[in-house]
Design a protein around this ligand. Structure first.
Ligand code: SF4
Length: 442
């Protein structure tokens, strides 16, 4: 048989985007946007909230008719929903051929060929698969940013979170593997990498800690920027803060989930820090890097959250002055302690709090974005703007999107841009001068 076609749907976080790239990389198949043309259909799922589960189920349901029309097509589901429900997915979706877990992507070619050969549906969700990190990273032509996974799984036990259950214990990738992959991506034109892990700043391997890793990756020539996500507040050390300050490629943006501004709620969430501790760590980071932009995640309506707890969270928003917030209503997840808490907050109350919080954050974000007007920012140009081929789009070190007039020749370069307007989700600017491709964010 000649070339196979792969149709891939991805839901969820950066980790899933990265995993989907890994799927593309391990399968020798051409990507297609048309499921009707595909020999293999893979759905890479997210289970972080109940809605995400439902999306995965409805996506699986959509392929039922196609599978009837094309019985030889392989329909597979991977990611966190696959890990969570395993065998049960085969029972509930008789047209599904393959369920693979978050750590079994390297086995995919073999799994698919066994399904084809043996005409038998399969589930492979073991965590005991030996890590195979030596693969050619998938890279889309022209893309200047990429994720590099440095860690899998999580050793924290936040009471609401399903991640340790679906991604297993924390395992940290070797320095050599991280460097190899980053170098390969840089050779293909990538100029900014985001090192990803569930608690990325807890990464350690042998004598190396995450701050050392930043320094080592910072030595790669032609790599203009380094980002990392997601950090865990308690895993910030003095040495790490110094590395963030001292490695010129490290961007001045930190995503540091706080989840709640109430100590009572934080304790029930099992977050292991207090509001005061969080504020102090932000202060220490800003003492070292005064212009550090900080974004966060917040859960509202956690079981037992009172109006006063919620007010604490609202006050924290103001006190820290977050540049952006990803906020969600609490969603009980199977296999987590918080799903058993009896004192749930009504959906109506949680919804009202979410709206209030998001409106308040919007005001803060707009003010912050408008305060950039007149500033000169270094913007890594990622490519043409979607709306106008005569404009390009990129990001500042603080992770703000900037649109400006310019041509495709700017792609992959750090441009000095004067900010002329600030909106809710982006900035507008004009080019001051075009820098050489190899230069560092200062
Ligand atoms: S740190 Fe907590 S919220 Fe984050 S992945 Fe681990 S258990 Fe989940």
């Amino acid at each position: 048989m000649g070339k196979k076609y792969l149709y891939l749907e991805t839901y969820g976080c950066q980790m899933n985007v990265y995993d989907s790239d890994k799927v593309r990389s391990v399968l020798d198949a051409e990507l297609t946007n048309d499921p009707g043309k595909a020999d293999i259909v893979i759905i890479n799922t997210c289970a972080i909230r109940e809605k995400a589960d439902q999306k995965a189920f409805s996506s699986l349901g959509r392929f039922k008719h196609l599978k009837v029309r094309k019985p030889n097509m392989i329909l597979g589901v991977g990611g966190c929903v696959a890990q969570l429900y395993g065998e049960r997915l085969l029972e509930n979706f008789p047209h599904l051929d393959l369920v693979f877990g978050t750590r079994t992507i390297p086995l995919l070619p073999e799994l698919i060929s066994r399904v084809e050969r043996e005409k038998r549906r399969r589930v492979e969700i073991s965590f005991d698969v030996e890590e195979v990190f030596e693969f050619e990273p998938y890279h889309e032509e022209g893309r200047v940013t990429a994720f590099v996974s440095v860690q899998q799984g999580c050793n924290k036990r936040c009471s609401y979170c399903i991640v340790p259950h679906v991604r297993g214990e924390e395992t940290n990738r070797a320095v050599g593997d991280i460097l190899n992959e980053t170098n390969k991506l840089v050779k293909k034109g990538v100029r900014e990498v985001t090192l990803i892990g569930q608690t990325v700043n807890s990464w350690k391997r042998g004598e190396y800690k995450f701050g050392d890793l930043l320094k080592i990756v910072g030595e790669i020539e032609e790599l203009l920027r380094i980002r990392f996500t997601t950090s865990y507040p308690r895993d910030f050390t003095k040495k790490l803060i110094e590395s963030i300050r001292d490695v010129p490629q490290v961007c001045h943006h930190l995503h540091l989930p706080v989840q709640s501004g109430s100590n009572r709620v934080l304790e029930r969430m099992g977050r292991t820090y207090t509001r005061e501790w969080y504020i102090d760590i932000i202060k220490r980071i800003r003492d070292a890097v005064p212009d550090m932009a900080v974004t966060t995640d917040i859960i509202v309506g956690f079981p037992g959250e009172t109006e006063s707890d919620f007010e604490d969270t609202m006050r924290l928003l103001e006190e820290v002055g977050f540049d952006g917030t990803f906020s969600f209503k609490f969603s009980p997840r199977p296999e987590t302690p918080a799903a058993e808490y009896y004192d749930s907050v009504s959906d109506k109350t949680a919804g009202r709090r979410l709206t209030e919080l998001q409106e308040f954050q919007r005001e803060i974000t707009v003010k912050k974005n408008q305060s950039r007007v007149g500033e000169i920012e270094e913007v890594l140009i990622e490519g043409e703007s979607k709306n106008d081929p005569n404009w390009v789009t990129g990001r500042t070190s603080h992770n703000r999107i900037v649109n400006l007039p310019g041509g495709a020749d700017l792609r992959g370069k750090l441009a000095r841009v004067e900010i002329t307007e600030g909106f809710q989700n982006s900035l507008r600017g004009r080019l001051i001068e075009n820098q050489k491709e190899v230069s560092h964010v200062s």
